[in-house]
Design a protein around this ligand. Sequence first.
Ligand SMILES: Cc1ncc(C[n+]2csc(CCOP(=O)(O)OP(=O)(O)O)c2C)c(N)n1
Ligand SMILES: [Mg+2]
Length: 322
Amino acid sequence: MASRFDRNEELHAYREMLLIRRFEEKAGQLYGMGLIRGFCHLYIGQEAVVVGMQMATTDGDQVITGYRDHGHMLACGMHPTGVMAELTGRRGGLSKGKGGSMHMFSKQKHFYGGHGIVGAQVSLGTGIAFANRYRENGSICLTYFGEGAANQGQVYESFNMAALWKLPIVYVIENNRYAMGTEASRASAQTDFSKRGVSFGIPGEPVDGMDVRAVHAAGKSAIEHARSGKGPYILEMHTYRYRGHSMSDPAKYRSKDEVTRVREEQDPIDLVRRRLLEDWKLSEDELKALDAKVREIVNEAADFATHDPEPDPSELYTEILL
Ligand SMILES: Cc1ncc(C[n+]2csc(CCOP(=O)(O)OP(=O)(O)O)c2C)c(N)n1
Ligand SMILES: [Mg+2]
């Protein structure tokens, strides 16, 4: 069930998804050149989830997720240059080049990380929702996690409290079919993740996470449910990651054909591109101009992120809790 987008919404969704795709492709290149080090988890393929959900929020709603977080930050409006420079460990990065991929936050944009411990963000997000309730600020917290993380114990402790106290939270399970190299059915007794809240009375539904309009429609009603005081809601997004789990991934757990098939038949950006051309009668030239603009933003971010100096050694001793 996909809500109809007007022309501007369709264009907005397209631009946002394309920005994430191009940003992630560039991050992959910089990683290959040795300019980004450590872990780096790309979001390519999953763009419709975060973009559709973000379009369903209102200002003040918070976002928290795991390590596959670059797309979430961009969708929250954090500047691509600040994110990229953080990935390369430069002074102008969002955490002054001292944090990297999994340590970026923005109070202003209501983004609370980027957590490396699988499932940890679920308890933290539930805490944010508790604070919303306590402060009566009308905000809801979008808490994203993977289908692998859905098997962690703290997820269910959080579900219990969220349901008990009717917290304003939407749990978004990004089911991209794999947890590192393990296919969901090999590790999960219940693979219908939308049902994971049943014993707590938390409603849930599966969503076509490759269609930004379907995500948006489901997101709108789940958010309304949570904001109106009815408590938590679970959305299971059926999505797919095109790249490896992180940058070094032997990819023995799936065939190249499978990846190619999803890319060709279900790509979330191609879908919206077709709608723009066919339903909204945009010309190829208009789309090319938009693509060029997105590339320019990403190139500027990469340029800054490769030329900005590294943090001064004295920074080693700042922002440290003793
Ligand atoms: C508590 C904990 N256990 C194990 C790991 C190692 N690990 C990192 S990502 C990951 C898989 C998580 O898969 P999923 O939740 O499906 O998210 P995806 O990577 O598919 O986005 C694992 C096991 C970890 N970081 N933290
Ligand atoms: Mg997964």
